[in-house]
Design a protein around this ligand. Structure first.
Ligand code: SF4
Length: 207
């Protein structure tokens, strides 16, 4: 049997960075799971005393808090800052980017469209930075019912596929007078997706 590894796999830059931050933080609590990997979260707990809270509502007397790679919602962040807790930000810079774009573009009066899953913590966080109208969609069809303004800014959840993002952009291009497209899809995801695509074309079985 021939076993071939994908050209790109494993922890991405943002996850490696968050793990390093958590390891050096020591006895601390993360707000939500630091990363999507139960084994690694367990290792951080066992070896470094990093515990995981479900969310902001679970915080009690913890003094040192780590913000997970997907970030948190803006009002939660502001509440925590006001509480005099030590805050360690492990938000991936590729997630901070769409948060900043949404904040800036909505302040300039653009309607915001986020291509992503509305229940995903990253998307909830990014959405919370909008000051005006903001819509989260997965399909162009979802935009049919929405009356958008003349100026629209589009961002994507970092882990989405570029092909689907392009479809949303294409749809909006035909409707908005001014459309600002920010490709906020993360390269790490793209590279892994490409590696999976190419390996799947030649493998009989993929694990
Ligand atoms: S945005 Fe990209 S680099 Fe950052 S945590 Fe997500 S997949 Fe990793």
């Amino acid at each position: 049997m021939k076993i071939e590894m994908a050209k790109s796999y494993g922890f991405c830059f943002g996850v490696k960075r968050a793990i390093k931050i958590a390891e050096s933080a020591g006895e601390a609590a993360t707000i939500g799971e630091l990363i999507h990997n139960a084994e690694e979260i367990n290792r951080l707990k066992q070896n470094f005393g990093v515990k995981t809270l479900e969310g902001v509502s679970e915080i009690k007397d913890e003094q040192k808090l780590i913000i997970r790679t997907h970030g948190i919602q803006k009002d939660d962040l502001q509440r925590l800052k006001a509480q005099n807790k030590e805050l360690i930000d492990a938000t991936c810079p590729f997630v901070t980017k769409p948060q900043q774009i949404v904040e800036k573009m909505s302040a300039e009066g653009y309607d915001i469209v986020i291509f992503g899953d509305k229940n995903h913590p990253e998307v909830k966080g990014v959405k919370s930075y909008a000051k005006g109208r903001v819509y989260v969609v997965l399909e162009p069809a979802e935009l049919l019912q929405i009356k958008l303004g003349t100026r629209v800014a589009l961002v994507s959840q970092t882990t989405k596929k570029i092909e689907s993002f392009t479809k949303i952009a294409d749809f909006l291009m035909q409707r908005a007078r001014e459309l600002r497209i920010f490709n906020t899809i993360c390269n790490a995801t793209l590279e892994n997706q490409e590696a999976v695509k190419s390996l799947s074309q030649k493998a009989d079985v993929m694990i």
